[in-house]
Design a protein around this ligand. Structure first.
Ligand code: ADP
Ligand code: MG
Length: 283
């Protein structure tokens, strides 16, 4: 029997304000953010750099306390970090002196689970993220994409009710990044956990999400809530469809409002390299 158990939590964020700094330096980084994430939804939080995405995710992780409002998982207040809310960052947090299997099994060791059970569950997750055969490798022997697979496996082994991902593929080259997006969708199709995925990349949000919450800056706040109804399973051909590009245009207008509307040159599918400067501007 598979040990990969679906765990899907419901997230509620209500009227959250977050301030940083003291005295004259005090500022509001996040203002009146409210949203709920139904169990099993893949939610993307999209916005420009510095708008407060990581701050909201940090509050969901329990690392940052809001100055107003509340955050709950399955109606329980979020009061600190917990394995039921698994966090994956852009930067690696693997133990360099531990093998892949010991990195993945580490969370279970902390829970006092027997070695044989730990090993069996870790092997299953390593296979799920496509790293079968690399169990005895050390992080330094793996590529950046492979290390991120280990990160995902070591978080999933705790059977989190929500997976919190902060630009997890941001440091990878474009091709590896696309492979990792596809892998994440395949993994999610198996485990079905709720996901809150932070990105500033419109294509990534559209390719992955069931829904996109768009944030604006100064102060960080929600400016749109976009359902993304593309059929699943998804593959790269989606990104060249008319409906994908229509939603992409909508997101671009939200993220770059000064470029929006009639003043902006329109791209047609017939634009050529001769129009590169125009294309570059519109993208
Ligand atoms: P994003 O993830 O969208 O790029 P962040 O959530 O990291 O944005 O940051 C939002 C704003 O809050 C930025 O202006 C950032 O400089 C500021 N900020 C983030 N963390 C801290 C902190 N610990 N102390 C002070 N300011 C912070
Ligand atoms: Mg960030």
């Amino acid at each position: 029997m598979s040990r990969i158990m679906p765990m899907r939590g419901r997230v509620e964020v209500t009227g959250v304000d977050i301030h940083f700094g003291r005295g004259d330096a005090r500022f509001k980084a996040v203002s009146e953010v409210s949203f709920s994430v139904p169990a099993g939804q893949f939610l993307c939080l999209l916005g420009p750099s510095g708008c407060g995405k990581s701050t909201v995710l940090g509050a969901l992780a329990g690392h940052i306390r809001p100055s107003a409002g509340s955050l709950t998982l399955d109606a329980q207040p979020i009061e600190g970090p917990a394995p039921e809310r698994g966090l994956v960052f852009q930067h690696h947090t693997l133990f360099p002196w531990k093998s892949v299997i010991d990195n993945v099994a580490f969370g279970l060791k902390m829970q006092g689970i027997s070695r044989s059970e730990r090993t069996a569950r870790a092997r299953e997750l390593i296979e799920l993220v496509g790293l079968k055969g690399f169990e005895r490798h050390y992080p330094v022997q793996l590529s950046g994409g492979m290390q991120q697979r280990v990160e995902i496996a070591r978080v999933l082994i705790n059977q989190p009710r929500v997976l919190l991902m902060d630009e997890p593929f941001g440091a990878l080259d474009a091709q590896t990044r696309q492979l990792m997006q596809q892998l994440l969708l395949d993994v999610w199709a198996r485990v079905g956990t709720t996901i809150v995925f932070v990105t500033h990349d419109i294509d990534e949000a559209l390719f992955l999400g069931d829904r996109i919450l768009v944030m604006g800056a100064r102060p960080g706040r929600l400016i749109d809530d976009i359902p993304v109804r593309f059929a699943r399973p998804r593959d790269r051909t989606l990104t060249t469809t008319v409906s994908f590009n229509a939603l992409k245009r909508h997101c671009q207008d939200l993220l770059h409002p000064d470029h929006a509307g009639a003043a902006r040159p329109r791209l047609s599918p017939l634009d050529t390299d001769a129009d590169f400067s125009v294309a570059h501007f519109a993208i």
